[in-house]
Write a protein that binds this ligand. Structure first.
Ligand SMILES: [Zn+2]
Length: 156
């Protein structure tokens, strides 16, 4: 059944939860909440919308200005794994002094560009580059990303 987005948004905002994403841990419907619930200390995020599982605290954000979820709700363990994975992956293209051993260029500019890093990761993960968002990965994909980072450092 196709439900027009504005109707869906109205339903959700009036507290109906039956069409909201289901918590993958508890198998119950999440509740639409705003940023003040998820990040009470982040005034800048107060208008952002999230789907929250009140039983286990798993949540997922929404695409900007909509009630369309960005992915599947994540619990604290998965959120931590994504953060950790993101930090380690970002070193590939952010680290100032990192020079691949295979590189002949002796300048810090020889590190990977952000887009190259994502293209290599997408290929490793067998994903489209547009679907390669660590913030939406599951635990297994985080582990695969960490394996990719390690392999890259070991081989270059
Ligand atoms: Zn839950």
């Amino acid at each position: 059944m196709h439900i027009p987005p504005d109707v869906l948004s109205k339903l959700r905002k009036s507290g109906h939860t039956e069409l909201n994403p289901i918590c993958p841990y508890c198998h119950t419907h999440t509740k639409l909440v705003n940023g003040t619930i998820i990040y009470p200390h982040r005034y800048d995020l107060r208008h952002k919308q999230f789907y929250l599982c009140e039983d286990c605290n798993a949540y997922v954000g929404c695409h900007g200005g909509t009630t369309r979820p960005l992915g599947v709700p994540a619990n604290a363990e998965l959120r931590k794994a994504r953060l950790d994975t993101h930090n380690k992956f970002d070193r590939l293209w952010k680290e100032e002094n990192y020079i691949p051993r295979s590189s002949t260029a002796n300048t810090k500019g020889s590190r990977l560009s952000r887009s190259s890093a994502y293209i290599l990761l997408a290929a490793h993960m067998n994903l489209n580059t547009k679907d390669t968002h660590i913030g939406q990965f599951n635990i297994k994909q985080c582990q695969q990303t960490l394996a990719f980072v390690k392999k890259y450092y070991d081989q270059t």
